[in-house]
Design a protein around this ligand. Sequence first.
Ligand code: AHM
Ligand code: MG
Length: 334
Amino acid sequence: MAQKTSLTRYLVEKQAGANPIPAQLQLLLEVVADSCKSISSAVNKGALGGVLGTAGSENVQGEVQKKLDIISNDMLIEAAEWGGTLAGMASEEMDEILPIPSQYRQGDYLLMFDPLDGSSNIDVNVSIGTIFSVLKKAGGGAVQESDFLQPGARQVAAGYCVYGPQTTLVLTTGDGVVMFTLDREVGTFVLTQENVQIPADTKEFAINMSNMRHWDTPVRRYIDECLAGKEGPRAKDFNMRWIASMVADVHRIMTRGGIFMYPWDKREPDKPGKLRLMYEANPMSWLIEQAGGASTDGRQRILDIQPTKLHQRVSVVLGSKNEVDLVTKYHLEK
Ligand code: AHM
Ligand code: MG
């Protein structure tokens, strides 16, 4: 039987390949993957572990925090702060950046994460996940929020781990996308797919349709045309899926194609969208592009956006390239 490739072995062997990654980054990715195993285990226990329900607090966005949001956030911090790979961390669930405490060795990297994406699905036993993004700290000196405000194109690693029927870790360091499945009995992430490719065309879209009346005209036009099916201008029938965990919706797109949108809408005209640029949109956009897909905010490539705030929000249109290009064209024509 062919030997299975663990995440550790994959990262070690990568050092001998065309695109080696620094040892510090290799260690950081292993540490993040270890935290995902711990989070997966807490998620799997559910009510038996007493981890369901709300924590009685709100995050900086004013969203109610679930117990598992906080547990996952703490697990990532505790695993990553002492390893000597990081200068700081930032999380969707923390108001401010977290510099690495001075008792620990300081590293070169900055880690950003949404510790548990899809919070509304936690208590109903639907797939949720962890999304993470790694940047290199540019200058010397004590870490500051401005160090994190780099466009997504400067990420050096990005990934997510989806906690569903299987626990799957999806990763890029800039030369394609790889998937690992957690062997729960052994406790190891095993390489299960290399060179993930998203088909350029699709017949499946993901959007929260209940917001339809608030959308801008280009989004309305695109979805109206999909809904018109074979008889409409697209001359094909479309299917819709909306899991309401970005991580699970993106994972479906990684697996069989599709388009995902969380657009700006009229309810909050001053907010560019619901999803967060640094913790959600940037890592997912890089993964999608690395798998041959595209990702824009309707007008420009998300990875080119210069962030101005840590918790900045953004409109998101990502997935199969030809569909994303069409939605972007409709916005630019407006
Ligand atoms: P969260 O990070 O608080 O879980 O919020 C982000 C989630 C995304 O995973 C998902 O795409 C979206 O919110 C779902 O929104 P809606 O409640 O409109 O369906
Ligand atoms: Mg989220």
